[in-house]
Every structure is written in structure tokens, then in C-alpha cells.
Write a protein that binds this ligand. Structure first.
Ligand SMILES: Nc1ncnc2c1ncn2[C@@H]1O[C@H](COP(=O)(O)OP(=O)(O)O)[C@@H](O)[C@H]1O
Ligand SMILES: [Mg+2]
Length: 466
């Protein structure tokens, strides 16, 4: 069975059919039993009323009269004496006389049923005893042909069959409708996911309500939406990468050709080779950054967390960047009042600082001041990097963490950035369960603030200025 609707329908149908058969069976049995009981009671009551008449007038005329009354009805009566010899009978053939027999136990006043097996016996029967002043003077046997009972049951069966047939038909119809209603949205979703797998992300699914199916439909739609976004992003990313790679390679190719072909003075050659080296370095950095990002995109990217002393990291960063700050006659102020610790990957934390401080050097004029403040409050580590640089226009702020995003493309190209630094910072901060925010004012400066959880501190003070 391939179709879900058929599978569901078949399961529903079998369950309901089982339940219905069970109920019909019990209902049928109970009805038949109560019908038979009614027949027997009626037979017995009839026998008792004959008894009452006969007890009052136990004469041949009355007996003949009683027998005559029964010839007109579907029941039969046989009146006997105490030795079971027949005094009167409503039946012409002698068949009934063969069935005369008394129950073993005493017959109560209200009479007794002597045959109730309607299925195999030709008659059901009851007997009442005739008494006169405490003495038994005879018996009234009542008989009913089971033929009539059979035809009664047959009619009952026919009704049951009709009802059963109607119920099954109705059940089938309802189940078909229901299983269609349930599987229709599923089939729609299957089609939608097929469309997605074919690369068509512009799907829309009809509203199915606020149930699990509705949730699933919404998830599929948002998946399609995310895929659209991701595909767009991947295309942009590839376009940017090829652009970023092409530019330095064009330079390298051009200058190498010049150096190879022309007769150049030693100084010219040096100049060209220096450019080639710079462009090669730029390519090298770019490829390294791309490689980092690619690794971070995979979930296998590992952060090796150890106890990191922020003071020590900052000392290292300070030593590394001192020449660059000095060259631009800039000041780096570091304030880390207590020895603050964090469970983090020291190499990655250093990379975060290097990227951010590299920007503050690149995008500041000569003589600018950059400050790094590390504070620890309520188990959280607040790291603020503030510079007095060019600032970032407000409309660019939401995008600066995007890959390849640069505020001033032509200018930053001269400064050597590809616009990947901040996106790497953001990824690394996220991998440490931290957050990074930025505030900036044009011509006044920029402030990046990072917050990390789970920090602790020692009480030693540490301040430095350069
Ligand atoms: N401290 C800063 N001051 C001014 N502008 C900045 C600063 N940091 C980043 N920016 C802007 O954000 C853009 C993205 O930064 P980044 O991702 O590090 O790329 P890159 O440094 O390679 O250009 C930069 O091109 C620059 O325009
Ligand atoms: Mg940068």
C-alpha cells in the first residue's frame, strides 16, 4: 500500500468494523434472548389464564371451549389429567401428545417453562398445574410452534443486516472523507518539499489551522525562506570572493610581467617586487580569513576552552600591536582593574582583540587614542574597545558584521581589508556564547562592547598605558 490515505482509511475501517461487529453481535443476542423470553412469558401467562378458568369450571365443556379458543391462535393448548391422559387439545394432529412430559421438580403456582430451545426443537412450551382445594387435578400444557419464532428472528436478522450494511457504507464514506482531509495537507507539503529539492523556493502552503500539521507547514515555509536567503547569501559570497581574489592577482600578474619583460633599474624592480609582495601578503591573509570562516561554518569548528586570564592576553596583544600603534603615533590604553578569568579559547580571544584593534588603527587618523576596558560584574565580563577614529555612518552600522562589508570600499582597499575581520569576530564571540554590539559617531569614534558569561576574578590590579 503506497498511499497514506488508503493506509489510514484501511486501519480506521478495520478498527471501526471490529468495534461495530462486536456491538452488533451483542445487541443481536440480547434482542433475540429478550424476544424469546417475552414469547415464553406470554405463553406462560396464557396457560395461567386457562388454568384460572379451568380451576373454576373443570368440566368437559369448559375444556373443549378452552381448546377451541386456542385453535384460532398460533399457540396450542393440551389439558390433561394427573396421569397425563389428554382431556382436551387444540391441535388436530397427535404430535403434541408425544411431547407431554412433566418437569422433575414441583410445578410452582405461576407455572414453569418446560422447553425453551427454540433453535432445534419444534415447540417451545410451558406447563401450569390445575389445583382444587390443594390437590392437583390436572395440567395445562401450552405450546408454541418455533416456526413463528424462527420467522421472527429471521426478520430481526434482516433488519440487522440492513443496518449493518448502511453502517459500513456510512463508515466507509466518512473515513474516505476524513483520511482525505488529513492527508491532503500532507500531500501538499510533500509536493512543496519536492519543489524545494528542485530549487524552487517560492512555495506557499494553504492554511491548515493551528495544529501540528499547521506547524509543519509553517516550518516548511520558513525553511524555504531560509534557503532562499542562504542561496542568495552564498551567491553574493562567491561573487565577493572571486572579486577579492581577482584584484590582487591582477596586480601580481601585471607587475610580474613588467618585471619580466622590461629593462628596469634596480630601484624600479624593487618597487614592483614590493608591490607584488604586498599583494601576495594580502592574498595570503584573505585566504587565511576565508579558511577560518569556512571552518567556523562547519559545526566541527572547535573552541578549546581553558582558563583564560584576560590580563595576560591583553599584555600579549599589546606587545604585538605596539609597533603598529607607534607607527601611527596612536595610544593604546588598557584598563583591567582585576585579574579577570574566563573559560575560553585563548588563541581565539587574542584573534578577536587583534581584529578589533587592527580596525581601530586602520580607521583612525594619526595620534588617535584607543582604549580597552575589561570589567567583571555579576559573573559577566564586559570588554569595551573604544577609539577616536573616523566612526561608522549610522546607515552602515547594521551591516558591518556581514562578510565582505566595507563602509568605504575604495578607501579600505588601500588599507588592505576585505571586510571579513568583523564577521570573524562576530562568529568567534558567538562561539563563546557572548554578544557584541557597536556604537559609533562619525568623526568622533567607535565603541565595540562584548559581553561574556561565566567570568570570575582575582583581586590584583592591573593598569597600563602607552
Ligand atoms: N573601529 C572602526 N572605526 C571605523 N570604521 C570601522 C571600525 N571597525 C570597522 N569599521 C568599518 O567596518 C568595516 C568592516 O570591518 P572589517 O570586517 O574588519 O573589514 P576590514 O577591516 O577588512 O575592512 C570596515 O571596512 C570599516 O569601514
Ligand atoms: Mg578589519
Amino acid at each position: 500500500m503506497k498511499k497514506l490515505s488508503i493506509k489510514l482509511g484501511a486501519i480506521f475501517f478495520l478498527c471501526i468494523l471490529g468495534l461495530e461487529s462486536f456491538m452488533f453481535f451483542f445487541l443481536h443476542n440480547a434482542l433475540v434472548e429478550s424476544r424469546i423470553q417475552e414469547e415464553l412469558n406470554a405463553l406462560q401467562a396464557r396457560g395461567n389464564s386457562h388454568r384460572t378458568i379451568l380451576e373454576n369450571h373443570f368440566t368437559p365443556e369448559t375444556i373443549a371451549h378452552v381448546a377451541l379458543m386456542e385453535t384460532e391462535s398460533t399457540t396450542d393448548v393440551v389439558v390433561t389429567g394427573t396421569d397425563l391422559q389428554i382431556l382436551g387439545s387444540s391441535s388436530a394432529n397427535g404430535q403434541l401428545s408425544n411431547n407431554l412430559m412433566l418437569p422433575l421438580k414441583e410445578i410452582p403456582r405461576e407455572g414453569v417453562i418446560i422447553e425453551n430451545d427454540w433453535e432445534t426443537e419444534p415447540f417451545i412450551s410451558t406447563v401450569s398445574s390445575l389445583e382444587n382445594e390443594g390437590e392437583t387435578i390436572g395440567y395445562v400444557f401450552m405450546y408454541q410452534d418455533t416456526e413463528t419464532v424462527h420467522s421472527l428472528i429471521k426478520r430481526l436478522n434482516q433488519h440487522f443486516l440492513l443496518a449493518g450494511f448502511l453502517t459500513v457504507a456510512l463508515t466507509l464514506f466518512i473515513i474516505a472523507l476524513l483520511s482525505k482531509a488529513i492527508t491532503k495537507p500532507l500531500i501538499n507539503m510533500k509536493d512543496a518539499t519536492f519543489q524545494i529539492s528542485q530549487g524552487n523556493y517560492s512555495i506557499s502552503l494553504p492554511e491548515t489551522g493551528k495544529d501540528e500539521l499547521g506547524d509543519l507547514a509553517k516550518s516548511i515555509e520558513s525553511l524555504a525562506h531560509d534557503l532562499t536567503f542562504l542561496t542568495q547569501e552564498r551567491n553574493d559570497f562567491l561573487a565577493s570572493i572571486s572579486h577579492e581574489l581577482r584584484t590582487p592577482i591582477t596586480y601580481i600578474k601585471g607587475y610580474t610581467e613588467i618585471v619580466l619583460k622590461r629593462d628596469l633599474s634596480e630601484e624600479e624592480r624593487r618597487n614592483y617586487l614590493t608591490i607584488i609582495l604586498e599583494e601576495t601578503n594580502r592574498l595570503h591573509d584573505l585566504i587565511k580569513q576565508l579558511f577560518d570562516l569556512a571552518k567556523m561554518d562547519q559545526n566541527s569548528f572547535l573552541i578549546e576552552k581553558t582558563e583564560v586570564n584576560m590580563k595576560e592576553i591583553l599584555e600579549k596583544v599589546e606587545i604585538k600591536l605596539a609597533p603598529a600603534f607607534k607607527e601611527k603615533r596612536m595610544t593604546l590604553e588598557i584598563s583591567c582593574l582585576t585579574d579577570s578569568f574566563l573559560m575560553a579559547d585563548p588563541v581565539r580571544i587574542e584573534q578577536i582583540f587583534l581584529n578589533l584593534l587592527d580596525n581601530s588603527i586602520k580607521y583612525s587618523s594619526q595620534g588617535g587614542i584607543t582604549s580597552v576596558t575589561v570589567e567583571q560584574r555579576k559573573g559577566q565580563l564586559f570588554v569595551t574597545i573604544r577609539d577616536t577614529g573616523n566612526g561608522i555612518p549610522e546607515e552602515d552600522l547594521p551591516y558591518i558584521f556581514n562578510r565582505f562589508y566595507r563602509v568605504d570600499k575604495s578607501r579600505t582597499r588601500l588599507l588592505g581589508g576585505a571586510g571579513l575581520g568583523l564577521s570573524i569576530v562576530k562568529e568567534l564571540v558567538n562561539k563563546h556564547d557572548g554578544t557584541i554590539t557597536v556604537k559609533s559617531k562619525i568623526q568622533e569614534g567607535t565603541e565595540f562592547q562584548m559581553v561574556f558569561k561565566g567570568a570570575w576574578s582575582d583581586e590584583n590590579n592591573f593598569t597600563s598605558g602607552r
